[in-house]
Design a protein around this ligand. Sequence first.
Ligand code: SF4
Ligand code: SF4
Ligand code: SF4
Length: 272
Amino acid sequence: MKKYAMPIMMLVIFETVAVTLWLTKNNIFYLFNFSYIGMSISLGVFLFIRKYKHARRFVQLLVGTYMLVYLGLICRENMQIEGFWYYLFTGVFEAATIHYAVAKIFGPLIFGRGWCGYACWTAMVLDFLPYKVPTHPRKQLGWIRYITFAVSLIFVSALFLAHVGNLERIMFQTFIIGNILYYASGIILAYAFKDNRAFCKYLCPVTVFLKPMSYYSLIRVKCDKEKCISCGKCRRVCPMNVDMTDNSRKRENGTECILCMECVKNCPKDAL
Ligand code: SF4
Ligand code: SF4
Ligand code: SF4
């Protein structure tokens, strides 16, 4: 039973959020929403423990399509960073502000960048591309994410300052156009750099929140130095160029870990 502590813990965390928001916001949608996401993630972790090869991809599809198709396209909620700024400026703790608080700002203190490994609908598509393991050294282009972050903030601020009408409709159109741009640039970058996760490494504005918060993550991959034979296989299969053999918080690219567990699966000595 002890080996199933993680999926149980994930379920408890998400159910706590689901019930708390349901009761405080008096809206049963939150019970459904966070229960669905929590159950999907717990099921994925359970399948991973049972050594099902596609466990992570399974969760990615369950959560990613739910958020993109149901919440984004059917319910017309802009869950992208522009939607977060929009709800923040209107002073409403709903939809994207709750999503960001749970998945991208405070949640990473517990589960790091689990969002990036198991739920993001952009990466859900990018992970189908052929370059699962980067073949070239990482480029020093991480500064671009601050530009995309600033552009999203300036764009929504300008809409408010200019008193543009019908912002709900504009936010929905922004969601559609934003996703097309994300997918197009993500696919182009993946082929250009032969790296499926190039968009995540250099362009994604959400990492401006995710990286500093996941630095303190409770859940992280650790290396048992007694078992490790320094074969380097873990580092070769990591899609995010993390040095997971270093247990310090300052490990190389430590805030890039998406908890995909490829290193754990490939370690010949079960040292991770
Ligand atoms: S870095 Fe951005 S695009 Fe990549 S998985 Fe995370 S949130 Fe999604
Ligand atoms: S794969 Fe395992 S044994 Fe090899 S370096 Fe990594 S942690 Fe050590
Ligand atoms: S391979 Fe390991 S260190 Fe790299 S992102 Fe996946 S879980 Fe994190």
